[in-house]
Design a protein around this ligand. Structure first.
Ligand code: BG6
Length: 304
């Protein structure tokens, strides 16, 4: 498959909207800049690396130590975790969060959408490398619509004969001014699986605040979340569909130190709110069927 920058631009560039460039580490990137916002997308992983509405600070967080290397997961932005969330359920030698975030995706289509937003659709299908890790036939399509808000649609289709199931997440990392000052709304009263406390089930009381490591899967929730960030004077809203679990993650001090692609102090400036299909939110697809998971991210400089 030809993915040279020249070919990509010949086929898919859109004047005043979208161009392809070689990014850090030689990774091909789609660079979007329109009347509303700018964004960058690495074709490896179908990974949104940045989203910034004009006049706003960057919405997504990326580590200063992120590795832009072929086959490596990139720390920050929106990794696509698929077809399993977290460690592989039975084989710890397989990559955490599946393989979609490290495989090279193809560009299927680019277009100008309603209200001058820019849309790019990427695809990833099974091949020998994916079947070695996961023995199923699939087509994944990732549609990114960059306008005043960022919409991420991940559509998984079963192109084989047998039924199969998956878990996953749009693992969004958000930039915040000071994680100890934020409040995350939208999950009050919800039950969560506490991954750092023996997977105990607990109930959220009030907004989430962060003053220690947090790694939780909120279950049976389709609600919009909002990050109230007084230090940056803004609120980030994350709406979703096709997902009934939401992951909230901040590694805090010790875990930050253990991760080689995460600066020791960087936990202060980020939080993950992940539009997930995790824990019991397992998606089973019969032959020819598909499932769409959508996240819509927008920023408001007024109060939450
Ligand atoms: C989160 C998980 O979704 O991703 C955490 O809940 C995990 O347990 C984190 O540490 C980062 O995972 P990775 O594989 O990108 O280091």
């Amino acid at each position: 498959m030809e993915t040279s920058i020249q070919n990509l631009n010949d086929q898919f560039a859109i004047a005043n909207h979208l161009t392809f460039k070689e990014g850090p580490g030689g990774l091909p990137m789609a660079e979007i800049n329109n009347a509303h916002a700018s964004a960058r997308v690495a074709l490896q992983g179908g990974h949104v690396v940045s989203f910034q509405p004009h006049g706003q600070k960057p919405v997504l967080w990326v580590s200063q130590l992120a590795r832009y290397e072929p086959g490596k997961a990139l720390r920050g932005g929106i990794p696509v975790c698929w077809p399993w969330f977290g460690p592989h359920p039975s084989d710890p030698s397989k990559p955490a969060h599946g393989f979609a975030r490290t495989m090279m995706w193809s560009v299927a289509k680019t277009e100008i959408a309603a209200n001058g937003a820019t849309r790019i659709r990427l695809s990833l299908a099974d091949d020998a490398a994916t079947r070695e890790l996961w023995p199923h036939a699939f087509l994944l399509q990732l549609q990114l619509t960059v306008g005043p808000e960022l919409q991420v649609d991940l559509v998984a289709r079963n192109t084989g004969q047998e039924i199969w199931s998956y878990t996953g997440a749009l693992h969004s990392y958000f930039q915040v001014g000071d994680v100890e000052q934020i409040a995350i709304h939208g999950l009050d009263g919800r039950t969560y699986v506490d991954s750092i406390d023996a997977k105990q089930r607990k109930v959220q009381e009030g907004p989430i605040t962060i003053g220690a490591e947090v790694d939780r899967i909120y279950i049976d929730t389709t609600d919009e979340c909002a990050i109230d960030d007084p230090s940056l004077g803004r609120c980030i809203f994350i709406a979703k569909s096709g997902s009934s679990s939401t992951v909230v993650w901040n590694p805090w001090i010790e875990k930050s130190r253990r991760m080689s692609d995460f600066g020791d102090e960087e936990y202060i400036g980020m939080v993950c709110i992940e539009t997930a299909n995790a824990d019991g939110d397992v998606i089973a697809l019969a032959r020819g069927h598909e499932h769409r998971t959508t996240a819509v991210i927008r920023v408001n400089t007024a109060n939450c």
